[in-house]
Design a protein around this ligand. Structure first.
Ligand code: WQD
Length: 337
């Protein structure tokens, strides 16, 4: 099956590209390279040993989508392309609403026009906000988003659900990611944030590589065992595999229109201080850090109940936190070279 991966040169998209090839799919990448590097294409060719088919451009370009869908026999779409920096979304909400919402709307319109039925959407656990109960299931309450970024994910899920209800033959799955970390074992692809990393692991690895000052731990006064905030860190290779499983699950649905959501995490919560210790143990290296006040908008704890994904998608995260932290450090050393 030919599958379009929008944002396929990005962190999760590139790892999903590899998993699709490993499972016999024919993925095609669409990326405007606004938040990814063209070198990724060469690295994907090295990892897979195959020529990468890709289009350079924006998902919001209707003519480009017409060309893409006319020139190929695409039967499935995995939609990653979006802006995803929580802090930036607060400073520049219209950029986020225009890009993240319109790209999804146009893609769904073109899929209907070209009779493409299978759709996997990149959503986020951020829709759960500060959960009252843990672990969160797919039925846990959706909370008022704390950032425009999180709000775009919630609105896109609603857009997709309403489109499915209009019974145009769309079979759609939304994957709610927890915290993706790590890198492909080859060390050729990984997380490459532009500028100062907002996320914990890229900042930590850049700090240990001497590219940044000490890691700042944002708050140790949370109501958690060690006071630091808890998240569900999932290896990006495990996360990538979930997309292939989701595509297969959508494709085998016999109803004309179908929509469902799945938590994609490990089911295990780790605190910031536990992650630092795990990184030091996995890589036999010290992490210099300073304790700082809480970051605006952060929640105390969230981690996944993944039983629905395990049962329906026949998918489970296999890789450990230590393995992800080892792979993240290998990747950092390669790009720092
Ligand atoms: C993790 C923990 C921080 C940096 C966000 C989005 C989510 C997804 C992943 C896109 C928190 C702490 C962080 C640092 C720190 N985004 N931290 N020092 O905020 O859980 O999730 O990124 O797909 O949708 O909401 O991830 O990595 O920023 O933070 O102490 O320098 O690490 O306070 O507790 P977050 P994060």
């Amino acid at each position: 099956m030919e599958v379009l991966i929008t944002g396929g040169a990005g962190f999760i998209g590139s790892h999903t590209y590899v998993n699709l090839i490993e499972n016999g799919y024919k993925p095609i990448i669409l990326d405007n390279f606004s938040n990814s590097n063209k070198d990724v294409i060469n690295h994907l060719q090295t990892i897979t040993g195959q020529e990468v088919k890709f289009y350079t451009g924006d998902v919001k370009d209707a003519n480009l989508l017409n060309q893409l869908f006319s020139e190929n026999k695409i039967e499935g779409v995995i939609h990653f392309a979006a802006d995803k920096a929580v802090g930036e979304s607060v400073a520049n909400p219209l950029k986020y609403y225009e890009n993240n919402l319109y790209s999804t709307i146009l893609l769904l319109k073109k899929m209907e026009e070209f009779g493409i039925k299978n759709f996997v959407f990149s959503s986020s656990c951020t829709v759960y906000g500060e959960p009252k109960e843990l672990p969160v299931t797919e039925n846990s309450p959706i909370q008022q988003a704390v950032s425009p970024y999180g709000n775009t994910k919630q609105i896109c899920e609603e857009i997709i659900a309403d489109t499915v209800k209009s019974n145009k033959g769309l079979k759609a799955i939304a994957l709610r990611y927890f915290n993706p970390i790590g890198a492909h074992s080859s060390g050729l692809i990984g997380e490459l944030p532009l500028g100062v990393p907002a996320n914990l692991i890229p900042f930590l690895t850049q700090s240990v590589a001497g590219l940044r000052g000490p890691l700042q731990v944002f708050g140790t006064d949370y109501p958690t065992p060690d006071g630091s905030a808890i998240r569900d860190y999932i290896h990006v290779v495990d996360l990538a595999a979930a997309h292939t499983k989701a595509l297969e699950y959508a494709a085998k649905q016999t109803e004309n229109s179908f929509y469902d959501v799945f938590n994609i995490g490990t089911g295990k919560g780790s605190s910031v201080l536990e992650v630092i210790l795990a990184f030091e143990k996995a890589n036999n290296i010290k992490v210099k850090y300073e304790i700082k006040p809480r970051r605006e908008g952060d929640i105390t704890a969230v981690y996944a109940d993944t039983s629905k994904s395990e049962k329906n998608l026949n998918w489970k995260a296999n890789k450990s936190l230590e393995e992800a932290l080892k792979d993240a450090w290998t990747w950092q050393k390669n790009i720092t070279k």
